[in-house]
Ligand binder design. Structure first.
Ligand code: MG
Length: 161
């Protein structure tokens, strides 16, 4: 299942490294020794959660169905234009963002406002509907970053005791 999810993302132009880079930028201010490899591992850990896998597949399916013109109006236009008051894309992705606690939600809010890296590319794509995908990327990056934050804190506390 994890491999299917990774392939689905890749088919939509998103690589693990793209998400890891966002997680890195979120977390490096708090942990200057952080490496991109650690972020890649953290993203892969997020992919292991069943609820994350289901959410990613659902979001990508909705983008693709909209792209293929099989979603009925008015929903089709709402998704296609990423109508600002729709919000279901954010709600869905937030379930990924908070798997390691509420700090993931803080990062998600930041990324939702400031689309960075691959999110920016997805958001400005003319060829694809990425209404759900950009939020899903933000959700995964936020969760991976939250996971790193908890690990870093555990490490600090272990060093003290
Ligand atoms: Mg969106």
């Amino acid at each position: 299942m994890k491999e299917i999810v990774i392939k689905s993302l890749k088919d939509r132009g998103v690589k693990i490294k793209d998400i890891a880079k966002i997680a890195y930028d979120l977390q490096v201010p708090y942990n200057p020794d952080l490496t991109l490899d650690e972020c890649i591992i953290s993203v892969e850990k997020v992919f292991e959660k069943r609820e994350v896998q289901y959410t990613i597949l659902t979001g990508i399916a909705l983008d693709k169905l909209t792209e293929d013109g099989v979603v009925e109006e008015p929903l089709s236009s709402i998704i296609e234009t990423d109508e600002p008051l729709y919000g279901i894309d954010e709600s869905l992705a937030m379930t990924i963002a908070n798997i390691y606690g509420t700090i993931g939600i803080t990062s998600f809010g930041y990324l939702d406002k400031n689309k960075v890296g691959i999110m920016e590319e997805l958001d400005s794509s003319k060829d694809n509907v990425n209404t759900f995908l950009d939020d899903i990327v933000a959700g995964i990056a936020s969760a991976a970053s939250a996971r790193l934050a908890h690990h870093h804190r555990n490490q600090e506390q272990a060093d003290i005791s």
